[in-house]
Design a protein. Structure first.
Length: 126
């Protein structure tokens, strides 16, 4: 388990047991997911729910695409990022976007009316 997630060690172990997991690597995955939850909660506090509710799945796809392009570009160049966001933080953002997309696709996201993909492309109503 990574050093930054030791505070979760009891919770991680309990989840591992409750979920009847068997693979040791799953302990690290649980730790990372808990970090993702904490990051989501902090960013949700700053952004609110409208940024996702407004554009729905399409918006999450765009944000995810930006993160993927950043990773591809940095990997291709072999450079360290100039922006104060590590490669691991970019991967973490992608992980969170995946969870957000699943919530949106389950129609469980609240906070507003989604603009359809057609509206987004045309700038008008669908």
């Amino acid at each position: 388990m990574s050093g930054r997630t030791k505070e979760y060690s009891f919770i991680v172990q309990k989840l591992f047991e409750e979920l009847k997991c068997t693979e040791e690597q799953t302990l690290e995955i649980i730790s990372l997911v808990l970090e993702d939850i904490r990051l989501f909660d902090k960013k949700q506090h700053d952004y609110g729910s409208q940024n996702i509710a407004k554009f729905g799945t399409f918006g999450v796809l765009v944000r995810s695409s930006d993160k993927i392009e950043r990773l591809i570009h940095l990997n291709h160049k072999g450079d360290d990022p100039y922006v104060d966001e590590s490669v691991n933080e970019t991967w973490q953002d992608l992980s969170v976007y995946g969870m957000i997309a699943r919530v949106v696709n389950n129609s469980d996201w609240f906070g507003g009316t989604e603009i359809s993909t057609a509206e987004t492309r045309t700038g008008g109503t669908a």
